[in-house]
Design a protein around this ligand. Structure first.
Ligand SMILES: [Zn+2]
Length: 673
């Protein structure tokens, strides 16, 4: 039997032949692909010809194609459609992959060639992108510990392998705690909810085989439940279960994992000569240092907290009017905030929701990309990994640009949240390849025959992830390692957060926000309310986010805390965290920080990017046309097509002509004094 993962794919656009792949194919395919990649790397390292950019750096860029295929398929379905077998494979794979990259980074002959090229960089006649790829490759080796020897080298290998295992366990524990908990709803409790929450609770009950409607810990169900249920006892129960994910004691408890992870990260940073993990991590970011991050966060924190405290007093008053005594609690905030929104802004999510049909919002995101960047989308019928997935061919002036896959609905086998990944990234050298990009979301699936409806938050998520997809699809660089979203972590959210602004453009909403039953466009009055309400409750949103970002940073500056939960409490105390607001992600659920290294001491980066996205969208507003072609072209030519082939600051300056400050952000969030 031939393994379909290891063949040359003759499918349309060389998309993975999902229908032919079974779970039993992954383990043998991984073994063979790892060996093939190591053989390629070894041939480069042992090449008797003196190192050149082409025979070393470019050859490394081209190596590991088979491995890339195996991993892109596996991690796509492991995230979006898992099962016990796939979870087991994930646990097996992570130490193997960690050992694999250690083997490459620890290949002394290979590192010697890179060092030779690095030392001779000024004489190699490299173009700008090649020079940057060489710098990044060299820096990558050094940061991975290639210069370490003896005991230090052995310790580093162990530390990294253990960190990979801990990251996987953290996510799996969270998924288990999320999928294990359900709260049945009585007929009375169900009847008090708006229809779309009732539908979602019914669908969740069917999905869980619960014999009736339930609330689950999926963000797309629990958040609307907390927002709309007048039953304070049920809100408290649901909120506490949500807040306890990963901290329930027993086998799925993440608190010990968090502590061990932080300690190992500290060890790793010190071995490499950094004072702590945050300094190590921020070296490669646009922000540069922990102080720069803290400065930015605190500039935002104080105005956000002031606004949140004002709002809390108003909400507490509403609580007391309902006959409850005592302080406003975290399970009350969303409910009374919704009540206040109705009273003050008269924007009822339940009235708004029929205007936000998933299908129309997808069209809206495509239409904006068409007007701004000349992209066209045509839906195709290709076999994918789940029946809910859809795929479009993306073209520009008739030329194939990319494939775009959308996997929109929540299901028990999908991890929570929303994300964008490239199953294949754009590159021209050593081989030309066009991107295959996927957006995964967790929107509530409607019952049969009904259209999928989104909350305004969901619609923003759709635009956000599509912004990431554009960064991948418009990428136009030579080398894959600097393609698309392969940029500094605190720069990667710029395209996604910037794209959210087009959802708020009035002509976009009036064209695409049409009522599911009547087909009528959203009335002007409702449209005004939507746009006016965009900054509503921003004190809350900013506080829950910035608190998480400050805790993340504190975890990684100085010595690792012996007890992360205690450290978390200390940080919250020191910044005066409002009582009725929880962290957006408390430590035992903070997958951004503990599922891997990605956002560790980097959770601030969403806000760093928001500083830029507010400022960047102003470039269109200054001209008075959100679809100004010149500005869109400049955005595509600088930020969106360049990936990481240039320094992030340089790209931003090329687009905007200057660096932004926090004022645009505070104004955008309605927090300016
Ligand atoms: Zn994002």
């Amino acid at each position: 039997m031939t393994n379909p993962l290891l063949q040359d794919w003759t499918t349309p656009f060389q998309i993975a032949p999902f229908a032919e792949i079974s779970d039993d194919d992954f383990a043998p395919a991984l073994e063979e692909a790892l060996a093939a990649h190591l053989a390629e790397i070894d041939a480069i390292a042992q090449n008797p010809v003196a190192p050149t950019f082409e025979n070393t750096i470019e050859a490394m860029e081209g190596a590991g194609e088979m491995l890339g295929n195996v991993l892109s398929v596996f991690y796509t379905i492991a995230g979006a459609d898992s099962n016990p077998k796939r979870q087991e494979l994930q646990r097996d794979f992570s130490p193997k992959l960690s050992a694999h990259s250690s083997a490459i980074n620890g290949n002394a002959a290979l590192f010697a060639r890179v060092e030779t090229l690095w030392a001779a960089r000024d004489t190699l006649d490299l173009n700008e992108e090649q020079a940057r790829v060489l710098m990044l490759t060299h820096r990558g080796f050094v940061r991975a510990g290639a210069a370490l020897t003896g005991d230090n080298d052995a310790t580093m290998t162990k530390v990294k392998s253990r960190l990979a295992v801990l990251g996987t366990e953290f996510v799996q524990n969270l998924l288990k705690d999320e999928s294990d908990w359900v709260m049945p709803l009585s007929e009375e409790a169900l009847a008090e909810l708006p229809e779309f929450v009732q539908d979602a609770a019914q669908a969740a009950g069917t999905d869980k085989d619960a014999g009736g409607p339930v609330v689950t810990l999926s963000r797309s169900l629990i958040v609307p439940f907390l927002q709309f249920s007048p039953r304070r006892d049920l809100r408290e129960k649901a909120y506490n279960a949500w807040a306890a994910r990963g901290a329930n004691g027993g086998e799925t408890d993440n608190r010990g994992i968090a502590g061990e992870t932080l300690k190992l990260r500290e060890t790793r940073a010190k071995l490499l000569g950094y004072p702590d993990f945050a300094h190590y991590k921020l070296e490669t970011e646009m922000a540069g240092t922990p102080d720069a991050v803290r400065d930015l966060l605190m500039q935002v924190w104080e105005p956000a907290k002031a606004q949140a405290n004002k709002d809390a007093a108003i909400l507490e008053n509403l609580l007391h009017k309902d006959g409850f005594e005592g302080p406003l609690e975290p399970w009350d905030w969303r409910y009374y905030s919704e009540a206040r929104r109705k009273a003050e802004h008269d924007l009822d999510e339940a009235i708004l929701k029929p205007y936000l049909q998933l299908e129309r919002m997808i069209d809206a995101s495509f239409s904006c990309a068409s007007r701004l960047f000349g992209l066209e989308f045509k839906e195709l019928d290709l076999p994918l990994y789940h029946e809910d997935c859809r795929v479009w061919e993306v073209t520009k002036k008739g030329e194939h640009i990319a494939l775009f896959i959308g996997d929109y609905f929540a299901r028990g086998s999908k991890r929570s949240g929303a994300w964008c990944s490239a199953m294949r990234a754009q590159a021209r050298k050593p081989k030309r390849q066009t991107p295959i990009v996927i957006n995964v979301c967790n929107f509530a699936k409607p019952s049969a025959g009904k259209p999928a409806l989104l909350s305004y938050d969901d619609a923003r998520t759709l635009f956000h992830e599509f912004g990431h997809a554009l960064h991948q699809m418009l990428s136009d660089v030579e080398y894959e390692s600097v393609s698309g979203t392969s940029v500094a972590r605190d720069f990667v959210e710029l395209p996604s957060q910037l794209y959210e602004h087009w959802l708020e453009v009035p002509e976009v909403l009036s064209e695409f926000a049409t009522h599911a039953d009547t087909g009528e466009p959203m009335p002007q009055e409702l449209l005004d309310k939507v746009l006016g309400a965009a900054t509503y409750d921003m004190g809350f949103a900013t506080v829950e986010y910035v608190a998480s970002a400050l805790v993340d940073l504190a975890f990684h500056v100085g010595d690792a805390p012996a007890d992360p939960m205690q450290k978390q409490a200390q940080v919250l105390e020191s910044i005066g965290m409002p009582h009725a607001i929880g962290m957006r992600h408390a430590t035992p659920q903070f997958a951004h920080v503990f599922a891997g290294d990605g956002y560790s001491s980097g959770y601030y980066s969403y806000m760093w990017s928001e500083v830029m996205d507010a400022d960047a969208f102003e470039a269109f507003e200054e001209i008075g046309d959100p679809f100004d072609t010149q500005t869109a072209k400049r955005l595509a030519d600088t930020v969106l097509s360049s990936g990481g082939s240039k320094d992030a600051k340089e790209l931003y300056l090329a687009f905007r002509g200057r660096m932004p400050g926090v004022d645009a952000l505070l104004k955008g969030r309605g927090l300016a004094a």
